[in-house]
Design a protein around this ligand. Structure first.
Ligand code: UP5
Ligand code: MG
Length: 190
């Protein structure tokens, strides 16, 4: 995989910040393949794999699934896509995820798209999503916020120190957020 030198953008932000929504827009305009780590894990539960029950329990508790499980799913999806440009949405979620992905794939992200959104707004969005996600209840949402602050913010800080973070105000309406996203993906000399 590393020999193909795929282009990777990590898409990070709190639960409900709009990662999935904006990735769908980016795919349409910029021809990336969207890989949501959470969607891959939920598909793994549905497939009845041996890890399914463990993954389901972790998602219900808002906990981060062991890196090797998530990285295997991401690698498989990257190979199967046939594309060489990826939006990796919702991963890496902690320092261990980040270091393991780098060690295993030898891939460094082009940049990190960070959707910054106040908790009250994210909570409102998640509670009104109504897509039957087992983690969209107030108890699990609070746990997801805590894990985001404690484990995922440090990953964003790591990339900030490397000058790789492109921060977007994600509290605005979908269309306005995408206008800001487009600027990040449009080459400066065009
Ligand atoms: N919405 C979106 N944008 C809006 C806007 N600008 N204005 C108003 N409404 C907006 O959006 C959420 C809702 O808000 C939708 O109804 C949307 O219409 C509306 P969405 O685009 O779905 O936001 P997103 O950031 O993708 O929210 P999501 O809930 O998917 O984020 P999480 O990070 O919580 O979920 P994820 O699927 O990535 O992970 C779930 C769990 O899986 C984790 O908690 C963890 O347990 C596990 N996991 C791992 O263990 N490891 C991983 O690597 C990944 C996940
Ligand atoms: Mg999502």
């Amino acid at each position: 995989l590393a020999e193909k030198k795929p282009k990777v953008v990590f898409v990070l932000g709190g639960p409900g910040s709009g990662k999935g929504t904006q990735c769908a827009n980016i795919v349409e305009h910029f021809h990336y393949t969207h890989l949501s780590a959470g969607d891959l894990l939920r598909a793994e539960i549905k497939s009845g794999s041996e890890n399914g029950t463990m993954i389901q329990n972790m998602i219900k508790e808002g906990k981060i699934v062991p890196s090797e499980v998530t990285i295997k799913l991401l690698q498989k999806a990257m190979l199967e896509s046939g594309n060489d440009k990826f939006l990796i949405d919702g991963f890496p979620r902690n320092e261990e995820n980040r270091a393991a992905f780098e060690a295993v794939t030898k891939i460094e992200p082009e940049f990190v798209l960070f959707f910054n959104c106040p908790e009250e707004e994210m909570e409102r969005r998640l509670l009104s999503r109504n897509q039957g996600r087992e983690d969209d209840n107030i108890e699990t949402i609070r746990k997801r916020f805590k894990v985001f602050l404690e484990s995922s913010i440090p990953v964003i800080e790591y990339y900030k120190a490397k000058g790789k973070v492109r921060e977007i105000d994600a509290a605005k309406p979908v269309g306005e957020v995408f206008e800001a996203v487009k600027v990040v993906f449009t080459p400066k000399d065009e």
